[in-house]
Each structure stands twice: as structure tokens, then as C-alpha cells.
Design a protein around this ligand. Structure first.
Ligand code: UD1
Ligand code: UDP
Length: 353
């Protein structure tokens, strides 16, 4: 069969990597990059490090308002679906690239397949929540990473085409963990020791676009009892500069450029704990036994909180401070989100389309 895969943002390159590898063994994949992320460090580095084949088509859409960006993607994807006539259009996660692919493919003959179906924050103010709910309701095949995600779909009346597959990011990190550690001098280059620093990432619009929240988060991080390494997303760099916060925190926090996937996995593996508002990083922390402090008021990955390895602190400065010092992880860690073979399960379902 022919599968047209749409990716565009950093986490989608990571998610697509194991699935593409499994899919290309027996199927024809056409890879489309929307161009939502275009900086070398947010895009090319993932293709190089993970040996992802060059995209067959690059839409070069770039940054814009939600409507402009999504509309440009839709125009490009529609032309490609018409030209390529795929049996399925494969989508990942909850970005504008995901939504654009879903809206286009739902009106074409192709089956719409969504990896990371059924996740919910129940926060409609998040652009990602809008994207994932609409994508799920446009999808024919829904690959849910957990039983809880499948239950969320059932609550919305979606029962057909749902498969609980586990999490493709676990497949990716199992592949990357050893490669990331092999001969890496990255921690030494940064001047930090294994287990002796906090890793931080912030990029969620709800945090970066609100100066009060952003300031509270930065101030909470600056109070950490260990050095903080902070690879900053360009959205966050822009917001820190705009709100006059860059100068205030640049010395206290080790603000660095976004790093490639292998260096990031190395940093996360070696961190004493991580503070993040990322979706993917919460799960990756769990897989690497790194305690996670989530800088949000809610999470889609509720199982990580329920089992005690992740705490939600929002943008509450005292709560961030406390969580960066407290011992909160229990001795046991249950297996969550499958066993690292989600990509194979997804391929088996697609085999039957
Ligand atoms: C997007 C996704 C978010 C995901 C994140 C992963 C949406 C609505 N948001 O957020 O769900 O968690 O990607 O990282 O789809 N920029 C650059 N260089 C780039 C890309 C972006 O400088 O290569 C800057 C631009 O100023 C742009 C801003 O970052 O306006 C935001 O980029 P955008 O793709 O709109 O959203 P993200 O915040 O990256
Ligand atoms: N990541 C990376 N370098 C960084 C920050 C993150 O390689 O500097 C990877 C991380 O390992 C994960 C993905 O990017 O696989 C998460 O992307 P992001 O946090 O931007 O998006 P989200 O998961 O929140 O949608």
C-alpha cells in the first residue's frame, strides 16, 4: 500500500522515525514535510541523526498565524494527495501540521490514520487540544498509546478503528539511548556532571505568551539547588527578549540553543531531574528514569503523574522551587505505554488497510 506521511515539527520527526522504518519494510511511504519547523536545530538535525530519508516533498510553509499556516499547509497537502493518490494519510500528534493533514485527507479517498490518538488535556485554550480533538474525529484509524487514551475516545463516541499500540516515542528512545551515551562528551562540554544538574525546556504558548507565567517559571527554575541547563526553543527566546526577561535569567540559567535528539537524550538521561512543559519530554523522562516536574496545570500523560514519577506544578513559583528540591519519586516504576514495539503494531494495522 501507499502511505503519505505528514510531519512538520520537531516531535513529529522523532515519532515518525520508528514508524517509517517499520513501514518501509513492505510498503511505499511518501514523506511530506510541511516546513512548520525550519531551523537546522529543529528540523535537519533530526533527519541526519535518525537517518530519516529526505522528505519526498517539502512545502516550506514556515511560521505564521494559526489560520494562515494551517491553510497554506492544507493547500499543499491537497495537491500532493491528489497527485500521489495514497491509500492512507499518516499523521502524528497535535500540531497544526497534524490538523492540516486531517482536514484535507478526511475529504479524500485515503484513510486518515492518527498516531497519538485519544490524548486529552481538557483545556480547550490549548491550540494542541483543538488540533487533536478535530484530528481524532476526522480519523479512520486511531492509534492510541494507552488504554486511558482509548477510553477518552470512547467517551467522545469513537469506538471504531481504535488500536492501543503503545507509544512510538518509547521505540525511538530505546534506539537512541545507547547511541546517545556512546562516547558522548556533551556533558563535559557543558561543564556539568552526570546526575548533578536540572534539565529544563519551556515552549508551550500558554507559558511563553504570558509574561507573568513565564517570569514565575524562570524565577522558580533559577532557585534550583543545582545548575540548570535550558535548551531554549526559539518561541521562548523571542518571548524572554520581548518581556525583558532574557537579561535577568541568562546568567543564572544555562540558556543554550535547542540541541539535537541524541544530545537531548544524553542530557535527559544524565539529569537529576527535568522541568518541562513539553508533552514528549514528560514521557521520555519516564522511560529514562528521570523524575519530571511539569510546568503545566494539566497533562495528557496522566499515567506518569498517577504513578508518582511526574508532578504538575503549573507556573506556581513556590511549587516549582519545592518540586526541584523534594524527593518525590517512589521506588517502583510500572511499565507504561507498551514495550517499545508500537511501530510494529501500527504497521500490522496498516497492513490490513
Ligand atoms: C509547535 C506546535 C506545538 C509543539 C511544538 C514542538 C502548533 C500549534 N504548535 O509549537 O504543539 O509542541 O511545535 O516544538 O502546531 N520558530 C523559529 N524557527 C522554527 C520554527 C519556529 O524561529 O524553525 C519560531 C517562530 O518565531 C514561530 C514560533 O517559533 O512563530 C512558534 O513556532 P510554531 O511552529 O508556530 O509553534 P511552536 O511553538 O514551535
Ligand atoms: N528535543 C530535542 N532537543 C531539544 C528539545 C527537545 O531533541 O532541545 C526533543 C525531545 O527529545 C522530544 C521532542 O524534541 O523527542 C519534544 O519536542 P517538543 O518538546 O518541542 O514538543 P512536544 O513534545 O511538547 O510537542
Amino acid at each position: 500500500m501507499k502511505v503519505l506521511t505528514v510531519v512538520g515539527a520537531r516531535p513529529q520527526f522523532v515519532k515518525a522515525f520508528p514508524v517509517s522504518r517499520a513501514l518501509r519494510d513492505g510498503h511505499d511511504e511518501v514523506l511530506v514535510h510541511t516546513g512548520q519547523h525550519y531551523d537546522e536545530g529543529l528540523s535537519d538535525v533530526f533527519f541526519e541523526e535518525l537517518d530519516i530519508p529526505e522528505p519526498d516533498h517539502h512545502l516550506g510553509v514556515g511560521s505564521a498565524t494559526h489560520a494562515t499556516q494551517t491553510a497554506e499547509m492544507m493547500t499543499g497537502i491537497e495537491e500532493l494527495v491528489d497527485a500521489e493518490d495514497p491509500d492512507a494519510v499518516l499523521l502524528y500528534g497535535d500540531t497544526n501540521s497534524t490538523l492540516a493533514g486531517a482536514v484535507v485527507a478526511a475529504k479524500e479517498d485515503a484513510a486518515v490514520a492518527h498516531v497519538e490518538a485519544g490524548l486529552r488535556s481538557d483545556n480547550w485554550a490549548m491550540p494542541e487540544e483543538v488540533n487533536r480533538v478535530l484530528t481524532d474525529h476526522a480519523s479512520d484509524l486511531l492509534f492510541a498509546p494507552s488504554e486511558a487514551a482509548a477510553a477518552n475516545l470512547r467517551e467522545e463516541g469513537i469506538t471504531e478503528g481504535v488500536a492501543v499500540t503503545g507509544d512510538v516515542m518509547q521505540d525511538a528512545i530505546l534506539h537512541a539511548r545507547e547511541r546517545a551515551a556512546e562516547g558522548s562528551s556533551f556533558l563535559a562540554e557543558l561543564g556539568v556532571d552526570d546526575g548533578e544538574y536540572v534539565l529544563a525546556t519551556v515552549h508551550r504558548a500558554g507559558n511563553t505568551d504570558d509574561p507573568v507565567r513565564l517570569d514565575a517559571i524562570m524565577s522558580g527554575l533559577a532557585a534550583a539547588p543545582r545548575p540548570v541547563v535550558f535548551p531554549a526553543h526559539p518561541r521562548t527566546v523571542g518571548a524572554l527578549e520581548e518581556h525583558g526577561l532574557w537579561e535577568a535569567y541568562a546568567d543564572e540559567l544555562r540558556l543554550i540553543e535547542p540541541v539535537g535528539y541524541l544530545d537531548f537524550v544524553r542530557l535527559l538521561d544524565g539529569a537529576e531531574r527535568v522541568a518541562t512543559d513539553s508533552g514528549g519530554v514528560q514521557k521520555e523522562a519516564f522511560y529514562l528514569d528521570t523524575p519530571c516536574v511539569t510546568l503545566r496545570d494539566e497533562t495528557e500523560w496522566t499515567e506518569t503523574v498517577d504513578c508518582g514519577w511526574n508532578v504538575l506544578v503549573g507556573a506556581d513559583e513556590p511549587a516549582i522551587r519545592e518540586a526541584l528540591s523534594a524527593d518525590f519519586v517512589p521506588p517502583e516504576k510500572p511499565p507504561l505505554y507498551g514495550d517499545g514495539a508500537a511501530a510494529e503494531t501500527i504497521r500490522e494495522v496498516l497492513d490490513r488497510v
